[in-house]
Design a protein. Structure first.
Length: 357
């Protein structure tokens, strides 16, 4: 039956081998310290940029969604074009240099501070002054790139507003020209008066025709022979019927023409009013675009141009030695634990062999 694990034996085993711990940890610390001292020193310089919201976004400056959207400016600062220009500007790229992506990871770090409008641009190089100049160059290029994009967007918006206003002006001019060619309101008034007169004539003719028909009916008994008075009355009734038909036809034609004329007038008036309202709205938008040109987009400003770093950012001697010490301690503990387990199993095997022998 295997022996139960004895903590006191394990602790005693470790105490007896404290020199092994000391040797392993000391060796690891010395190696880490020596390696850190031999590694080339690198310095990190940081430049701070603040993102000022444009006039149309000032109400959202505390919105979490807006603050999160500012992470897109990390892309501006990490532009490959700006980084390659900086490499050429400071002569950091040679024939055997690694790819741009590798250099960017080693040199440039861009971070938008969480829940703020602050953008940090850091550059890490062997020369502290060159590191600061590199970070300042990237920051300046980021500001210029943002100004260029914002200006482009403002120009496009202004040009679109101008085109919209020009089209609305042309539509209004055409509507006003159509209205100017339309007959004056006096023509409609005269036509309405003429229709009123025709209505009176129509009513009188209908009255006279009814009276003539009554007269014919009175002069024409069924058994009476045809007389001159009856013929005259019938002729008068026929003339009045023809006149009534003529008046009805003329009234219907002129009334139809008046209806079309008034519909056309109402349509042209509504077109002019609608075109004028659209044109006035486009003029308002054009004035707003003109006054807000260059102010709608977010603006980037360098608020801290940084200083020449006096202490190297790498290698981190203390952190490296602490990591080496911890790693050596854990490795030694694992090694001695395995040794303790192996020794205990060996003793158990020897004891079983002795008992069976």
């Amino acid at each position: 039956m295997p022996e139960p694990f004895d903590v006191s034996q394990y602790a005693a085993y470790l105490r007896q081998r404290w020199k092994f711990f000391a040797l392993a940890c000391g060796s690891a610390v010395c190696i880490a310290l020596l390696g850190s001292l031999l590694l080339p020193k690198k310095y990190t310089a940081t430049v701070s940029i603040v993102i000022e919201p444009g006039s149309s976004r000032s109400a959202n400056v505390v919105s979490p969604v807006y603050l999160e959207s500012l992470k897109m400016y990390e892309t501006f600062a990490s532009s490959d074009v700006a980084f390659e220009r900086a490499l050429d500007q400071f002569h950091l790229r040679g024939p055997e240099s690694p790819p741009v992506e590798t250099l960017k990871k080693a040199i440039l770090q861009v971070t938008k501070v969480r829940d703020t409008r602050i953008l940090l641009i850091s550059a890490t190089l062997a020369d502290p002054r060159k590191a600061l100049e590199f970070a300042q160059y990237i920051a300046g290029e980021t500001v210029r790139l943002n100004q260029s994009v914002t200006g482009e967007l403002s120009r496009d918006s202004f040009a679109a507003a101008e085109r919209e206003s020009s089209a609305a002006r042309e539509t209004l001019d055409r509507a006003e020209a159509d209205w100017a060619r339309f007959p004056e309101s006096g023509s409609i008034d005269a036509l309405q008066e003429e229709l009123a007169s025709l209505a009176d004539r129509k009513e009188r003719t209908q009255r006279d025709l009814m009276a003539a028909n009554v007269e014919v009916a009175g002069l024409k008994p069924l058994s009476a022979p045809r007389s001159r008075e009856i013929s005259a009355a019938e002729a008068k009734a026929a003339f009045l019927a023809k006149q009534a038909s003529s008046v009805d036809q003329e009234f219907a034609q002129k009334n139809s023409y008046l209806s079309r004329l008034m519909s056309r007038r109402d349509l042209l008036q509504s077109r002019v009013e609608s075109a004028r309202k659209i044109y006035e709205n486009t003029e308002v938008r054009l004035r707003e675009q003109r006054s807000a040109a260059g102010l709608d987009g977010d603006r980037l400003m360098i608020i801290d141009s940084g200083t020449v770093p006096s202490r190297p950012s790498s290698p981190k001697i203390l952190r490296n030695t602490e990591a080496a010490l911890l790693l050596a301690f854990i490795a030694s503990l694992i090694f001695l634990s395995i040794s303790f387990t192996s020794a205990r199993r060996g003793r158990e095997a020897a004891e079983r062999y002795r008992l069976h022998a």
